[in-house]
Design a binder for this molecule. Sequence first.
Ligand code: ADP
Length: 231
Amino acid sequence: MIRVASLWKTYDRADGPVHALCDVSIDVEAGSFTTIAGPSGAGKSTLLLALGGLLSATSGEIHFRDLPIHRMGDAELAAFRRDHVGFVMQSQSLIPYLTARANVALPLALQGVARSEKNGRARAALDAVGLGDRANHLPRELSAGQQQRATIARAMVTRPALLLADEPTGNLDPELAREILAVLRNLNREVGTTVVMVTHSPEAAALGTVRLRMSAGTITTIDAAACASPA
Ligand code: ADP
């Protein structure tokens, strides 16, 4: 689904250039659940942002199916993200004065989906993450874990082929973190969404069908789960 070839990203900073990605090449198969672990500063978030068309690399290529992401301009990238990618980021927050359902419906408004269809799809996305009974609640009326589930529902409501998650369990206690991981794993298994997740947590990283480790801008380990036996 995604092919990354010889990707470099250098940030120019006042104190000198920082090579965040150094010749990274990976393939992400459709239907896989890829986890990216590694120390802080390894380049994990930079790689995720590049995959989602949110950051332009210094050189190298990224293809999503047949689309050359690395050659797209801003308008094409915006359309690519709108139509194909869901983002779940740690810092991302729900809009405080909108109900859970209205928050989840926002990406559909960007796609011009009719109001009647929007409400039904937002409700279905909330049901899928176990929040159907909280549709009319404001974010402050939801627990941290429920808020993160609503964020996942918002990322999934457009049925993107690709879900990119950056430390989606970072702020949560272990119990809630497990709950959120189960929601993501379920979307991958049941809906077939391809997931790429950056994480510090070894427990979260272990969930991957493909487990990458990064260090100093390079991929140091690729570990793929053995094929499940047919019977
Ligand atoms: P990780 O997600 O593994 O913690 P990052 O991708 O956030 O790593 O960062 C990789 C390197 O790039 C770090 O040295 C970081 O300080 C630097 N970096 C990240 N974003 C920026 C930016 N916007 N401007 C300058 N340097 C950055």
